[in-house]
Design a protein around this ligand. Structure first.
Ligand code: ZN
Length: 64
């Protein structure tokens, strides 16, 4: 059963095509402000990787 309210934990969030991110748990597109823990509290490496993806500097795997 899916949760009614998903926190979009970063463990479930993956980069997808179109410079976007996707929560595999609830199958929803998410943005920086949607994820848990708060984006600002994530590690520098994670934030840098996210920003690189948003700028289209990475090759994202296709969404499943
Ligand atoms: Zn989610």
């Amino acid at each position: 059963m899916p949760l009614l309210t998903c926190i979009h934990h970063v463990q479930w969030v993956v980069p997808i095509e179109g410079k976007k991110h996707f929560c595999q748990y609830c199958k929803t597109e998410v943005t920086k402000k949607d994820v848990y823990p708060k984006f600002d509290d994530l590690g520098e490496d994670y934030k840098a990787a996210w920003d690189r993806h948003e700028k289209g500097e990475t090759t994202a795997p296709a969404a499943r």
